[in-house]
Structure formats: C-alpha cells, structure tokens
Design a protein around this ligand. Structure first.
Ligand code: PLP
Length: 411
C-alpha cells in the first residue's frame, strides 16, 4: 500500500525528472519490505509524469549488452580491466569514428575523439580546465537546466541569449559577446533541450567565425544528434570549425543506455590537448575502459546501429502520438512538432502560467516540466516541456487527457 502526495520544488533539485517530487510514504506498519531505489527517476505507480526526460526502462538494451559482453569476454583479454589510455579505449575510438562517420555523412578521425563519462562529465571537465570562478559564459535562453547547475557548481556568471525557431540568434549573440567577453558559449545546436530546434548550417558557420574572431570556446552539446525522425540535421558543430575553437559533445545515454556513463568529445586534436594532459586522466587513466570495451563490441557487431534504428522508430511514433493528443485535447497550447530529440516545447497562447497549471495537474496524477526551469533569466513562465520517450503511446494519450481534465477543472 502506498500513499503519495506532491511537493512542488522547481529550482532546487538536480535530477532531470524532478519537475515535482512525489513524497512516497511506504506503509511499513503492514510489514512491507521497503524497495531500494536504484534509478534516478522514481515516479509513483499510477502517476504519468511527462516531465521525465529519460528513455523508458523497457527500451534499455539488456540483450544487446549481454551479447556484446559475451563477445568481449570470449576474447579473454584482461586489459579491459586495466587502467585505460588517457584519450579513451582505442578500439572504441576506432569503431566509434567509423560509426559516427557513417551517421553524420562526413568522415570522423579517431584521433579527434576523446572518450568521456557522458556529456555531464565532459561539461564539468571543460569548466574545470577552461574556466575560473567568476568567468562569464553564454548559454541559450532557454537552456538545459542541469547544465546550468553544472555551470553553477563552477561559480560561473551565466548570460542568456535569445533563440528563435532556428536556434541561437547570431546578432544577439554577437552583441552579448562584445558586451561580456565570454570564456565559452554553451549551445545545443541540434534537437535542442527543451525547444527541439536545430541550428542551420549558415548560422553554424557564423558561430564558428565568431568564436575565432572573439577567441572563445564553443561547447556544442549534441546529445540528440543521432535521433532524427524527420529531417536529418547538419553535421556536428565541430565540422564547421576551421580554427580550433569548437568541442562537440556526444553520448551513448540517448542511443544505448545512460547507465553506461559513456560519451565522447569530438574536436580538432589541438583542442583536445589540455584534456589529454589533465590530472584526472593522468591519475585515473581514460574514462570507463571496461564499459568502453563492451560498447565497442556492440558497435562492431552492428547492434548499436540496430538499436538506434529501433529507437528512432519508437520515438517517431510516440512524438506523433503526443503531438496529436496535445493538438486535439489542449488547443490553448502552441508548439512545433520537433524533427528529433526527446521533447515538445509548448507555450500557453493565453499567457497562463505553467506553474499554476502544474499545481492543479498534480491532483490528476500528471506532470510536466514548467518552462521556468530552463531559464537563466527568471522567465519562460508560460512555457512547458513534455517528453515523449519515457512512456508508451497509451500512457502519453492518458497523460494528455488527465492534463486536459485538470485544466478544465481549474477553469
Ligand atoms: C541536452 C542534454 N545534455 C546532456 C544530457 C546528459 O547527458 P549524459 O547522460 O551524457 O551526461 C542530457 C540528458 O537529459 C541532455 O538533455
């Protein structure tokens, strides 16, 4: 037996799923064994939280990783358990370069890849090595709220820059660069979280030119690059870099499994140099060599490709179902159907505050992420973000119906 109530905390907590917290009270009086929580998201039974920005557990590839691990163990090479090389497992870099080259449609050199423990870790390392407390960085408005937390950990001064339906507005960015002389610009140029938009090739070239002219680093978080459902995006930001000012960040979190904690930096070799020399990799060796060996088998065996195709099929269908349900049930929401990624970013046409709607939604066991969480400027109050990857189609439709009922009830 469980009882639950909700407590709304928007700004404090770090995990992606916490648009709200359900306070779950387990009834130990009845002798139930408390369940140990082992994952980041824990939505109580019966609740549909469309704010959770993760893959559905049923889509995580246990079978693929079992096959890949068996293949790797069959080779009986104990080096996979040794400290790894600083740049990351060489086998993984080779097969990954080949895989990415095919997916991007442009060649990728294995020497331009550095294996990370995911985008979050890469962002933290970039801040450690490239910034000092008090430095100014520029982010998009809106931006990925948990990246904002990482920047906060490094005591950086965060300046938001507006976007339009094509991503960063380059003229506004240039104004801010002249005004604030930033150390770096953090951007999500492809299937942006939360807006879903993709920066077109001409703006990418402009951004790369600006980084050269004003000598700042572009940190391009491209975690959704490979999840295109309609139109293919331009190749990664680093392919627009002629002067060594761009790092593209990728991750296996969205195409295989977040629990692997595995990703990559992709940049010109000279950009990677400070990372290769850093104390973290000197002391600990390359990141996650054991997981790297298993993932390199998954790629080699064609299983990564298979998994990606499967995810794209499933997510495309779910995106369409959620979009249709929102259009039909909640016409006051204005949104574009994204070409890829995980999210639909919507706005109340009548300027309703998302936080107020969320407060009534909780009583109907449904949730979403209020837009204010993605603002570094205390704005975006009339926006909200839905994720279409965590629930199957039936739950997505049911979640939207509940939200519509909650809004009707609130008048
Ligand atoms: C834009 C963006 N960057 C980074 C991450 C986290 O990536 P990783 O699991 O590789 O640390 C997420 C996850 O939601 C994300 O949406």
């Amino acid at each position: 037996m469980h009882q639950h109530g909700w407590c709304l905390i928007f700004q404090v907590l770090g995990q992606e799923y916490y648009s709200q917290i359900w306070l779950t009270v387990s009834n130990e009086m009845e002798g139930e064994m408390p369940k140990l929580k082992i994952t980041q998201a824990s939505v109580p039974e019966g609740v549909i939280d469309l704010g959770v920005g993760q893959p559905q557990v049923d889509l995580l590839p246990l079978k693929i990783l079992k096959t890949a691990a068996e293949y790797q163990f069959h080779q009986a090479d104990a080096n996979i358990l040794q400290y790894g090389m600083q740049q990351g497992d060489a086998n993984l870099r080779c097969v990954l370069a080949n895989f990415l080259g095919q997916e991007y449609g442009v060649p990728v050199d294995q020497g331009s890849l550095l294996i990370t423990a995911g985008v979050s870790q890469a962002l933290d390392l970039i801040c450690s090595l490239m910034t000092r407390p008090g430095d100014t960085i520029i982010v998009e408005e809106p931006s990925y709220f948990l990246a904002l937390r990482i920047f906060g950990d490094h005591h950086l001064n965060i300046v938001g820059t507006p976007m339009d339906e094509y991503g960063l507005i380059i003229s506004a960015l240039e104004d801010n660069i002249k005004k604030f002389n930033p150390k770096l610009v953090y951007t999500m140029p492809v299937f942006h979280n939360p807006t879903g938009v993709t920066l077109p090739a001409d703006r990418r070239a402009d951004l790369a030119r600006l980084s050269e002219r004003h000598d700042f680093l572009v940190v391009a978080d491209e975690v959704y690059q490979l999840l295109a459902y309609t139109n293919e995006p331009p190749p990664p930001m680093t392919t627009f870099d002629t002067a060594g000012h761009v790092i593209s960040l990728g991750s296996f979190s969205k195409i295989l499994a977040p629990g692997l904690r595995l990703g990559w930096m992709h940049a010109h070799r000279e950009v990677l140099e400070p990372f290769l020399m850093c104390g973290l990799l000197d002391s600990g060796g390359g990141l996650n060599p054991f997981n790297s060996s298993i993932v390199s088998s998954a790629i080699e065996l064609g299983l990564q490709k298979e998994n990606l195709l499967h995810l794209k099929d499933v997510y495309r269908t779910r995106r369409d179902i959620l979009s249709r349900a929102l259009r039909a049930q909640i016409p006051v929401l204005d949104f574009r159907v994204p070409d890829g990624g995980f999210f639909i970013w919507a706005r109340f046409k009548d300027e309703t505050e998302a936080a107020a709607v969320l407060a009534s939604a909780v009583r109907y066991d449904v949730g979403f992420q209020p837009g204010s969480r993605f603002s570094s400027m205390n704005g975006l109050n009339t926006y909200l973000r839905f994720c279409f990857t965590y629930y199957d189609s039936g739950d997505l439709v049911e979640g939207v119906q509940r939200l519509a009922r909650a809004m009707d009830a609130a008048g």
